[in-house]
Design a protein around this ligand. Structure first.
Ligand code: SF4
Ligand code: SF4
Length: 193
């Protein structure tokens, strides 16, 4: 169990994060349009990808969204989060990367907390890049479908993550000042802890 206590999320910080999320979506949509890419008709479900999350402000925002759901829905999500955590522990124990549906994924294939989902969920799909201060660029090719679409292209539009991450880091610092323990959590952990 994680022992970190989240401070309350001030409304102005929540609004700043929501605004940043909107701009992430806008940056994503520009690239998706340029590539004529969408998730429509995809037979895969990338909400079974195993990710660890590191920002307490995103955790707090997700929890805020969770708190707006009905008591039954929250209980259902918690049950799924327990099952996810057990399944992930089993997979990791035998050296496998867990491939389990996110506890927030609904039966209809949509995200149960779409407006509160984390940055990584908003970036997944189209190609992106991360430029470090020393000039090194890390490239993320996008999901398998997007990679099929961009194969053989000489120039591929990408979402540059650096300014978005810098802003997220600034918000994180305002929410949980440096010195507090770092977190590495799955969405299931964020729901349960
Ligand atoms: S991001 Fe890619 S893999 Fe995931 S649902 Fe969309 S098209 Fe499919
Ligand atoms: S939070 Fe939503 S978008 Fe992200 S993995 Fe879970 S169901 Fe998918």
């Amino acid at each position: 169990m994680n022992q970190i206590e989240l401070p309350p999320l001030a409304p102005e910080l929540a609004a700043s994060l929501a605004d940043l999320y909107r701009r992430m979506e806008a940056a994503y949509d520009i690239v998706a349009r340029q590539l004529d890419f969408s998730c429509r008709g995809c037979t895969d479900n990338c909400c079974d990808s195993y990710f660890l999350h590191h920002t307490k402000i995103e955790w707090a925002y997700l929890r805020e969204g969770l708190g707006r759901l009905s008591a039954e829905e929250q209980a259902r999500i918690r049950r799924r989060a327990h099952a996810y955590r057990l399944g992930a522990q089993k997979a990791l124990a035998v050296g496998e990367r867990p491939a389990l549906n996110c506890p927030l994924l609904r039966e209809d294939g949509l995200c149960g907390l779409y407006h509160y989902r984390l940055m990584i969920c908003r970036m997944h799909g189209v190609p992106s890049s991360l430029t470090f201060p020393n000039g090194r660029v890390q490239r993320f090719p996008g999901c398998f479908r997007c990679q099929e679409l961009t194969a053989g292209r000489s120039a591929t539009p990408t979402v540059e993550r650096a300014p978005l991450l810098r802003e997220l880091a600034r918000l994180e610092q305002s929410f949980a000042p440096v010195g507090q323990p770092r977190i590495k959590m799955t969405i299931a952990d964020m729901i349960l802890d």
